[in-house]
Write a protein that binds this ligand. Sequence first.
Ligand code: AKG
Ligand code: FE2
Length: 208
Amino acid sequence: MESMFGRQRVEIAPGAVHTPDWLSLDEQQRLVAACREWAAPPAGMRHTRLPSGGVMSVQTVCLGWHWTPYRYSRTTEDGSPVKPLPDWLADLGRRAVGDPAHRPDIALVNFYDQAAKMGMHQDKDERSDAPVVSLSIGDSCVFRFGNTENRNRPWTDVELRSGDLFVFGGPSRFAYHGVTKTLPGTGDPATGLITGRLNITLRVSGLD
Ligand SMILES: O=C(O)CCC(=O)C(=O)O
Ligand SMILES: [Fe+2]
């Protein structure tokens, strides 16, 4: 939410909190550089294929556990081992949640080109109700945060900008959400990302 003092931390729904400008420029630069390495093959960034035969418009690389709709595994579709989730990234997730016991073991790194979006869905392939941490870098987007019942209204549209944190847990952990559009040209090239949007979600798998 915008006030004359800038954007404020807002609880969008119980357990769902938007914290603007949470990442420093240094942290964003480090994440962009790391995402470039994670995106490289093997087990690199690709468009996820859906069982329906469709292909997601975002490109994704997974760390820790590989997500294939609708389950997690230790290897990708072509049999490559999934890249590890580095401790420093799990530490960042722990700091975002503010709970010393929080231990994310999955990162999904999504890249949105200017046409990419993500339909309303729940993050429900994890066997844990621990909060999901979402970090955004690059172009702004319209993030639609809905309800836990279905993909329809009520929802709240939130503009996520570069450096913003969004955490959803508690009663909002299984709320439907999606990205209706990105806003091309709104990112700061100083992050190292010249075009497009990166989103990193950190999750607890509940698997071993
Ligand atoms: O890009 C975003 O902000 C949301 C990504 C998301 O919902 C997901 O990866 O499940
Ligand atoms: Fe999601």
